[in-house]
Design a protein around this ligand. Structure first.
Ligand code: ZN
Length: 108
C-alpha cells in the first residue's frame, strides 16, 4: 500500500483527494479563516483550483491540458505514462506555487 501511494505521489494525491493546498479544505481542518480563492473570491476547492480558476489557465495551456475536466482526469491519466506525467506536471506546477504563496502570506 505504501509503495503504491509512493508511486502516485504527493501532488497527485492532493489532486485526487482534494486534501492539500485548497483553501476550502484548509478551512475545514482549521488552518484558514476563509474558504475563498485568493484570486477570485470563489470557494477554493480542488475543482476550482485545477479546472476553474483562471489564474492557472496559462499553466494548463503550457502542459496542453486546457480541456481537462474532473470526469476526464483519471481516465486520461490511465492511458499511459506520458498522459500520467502531464497530469503530474500540471498538479505539481499549480500546487507547488500555491504552497509557496501560502507560506509567503502566512509569514507576512
Ligand atoms: Zn480562483
Amino acid at each position: 500500500m505504501h509503495r503504491v501511494l509512493g508511486e502516485i505521489g504527493f501532488y497527485i494525491t492532493q489532486l485526487l483527494s482534494g486534501h492539500g493546498e485548497f483553501e476550502a479544505y484548509l478551512q475545514r481542518i482549521g488552518r484558514r479563516a476563509s474558504p475563498l480563492c485568493r484570486c477570485c473570491d470563489l470557494e477554493d476547492s480542488v475543482e476550482h483550483t485545477i479546472y476553474q480558476c483562471q489564474r492557472w489557465d496559462v499553466v494548463k495551456q503550457d502542459v496542453g491540458l486546457s480541456w481537462l475536466s474532473p470526469e476526464e482526469t483519471v481516465p486520461y491519466m490511465l492511458i499511459g505514462r506520458a498522459e500520467w506525467d502531464k497530469v503530474l506536471q500540471l498538479a505539481t506546477s499549480i500546487l507547488k506555487t500555491k504552497a509557496r504563496e501560502a507560506r509567503e502570506w502566512d509569514g507576512a
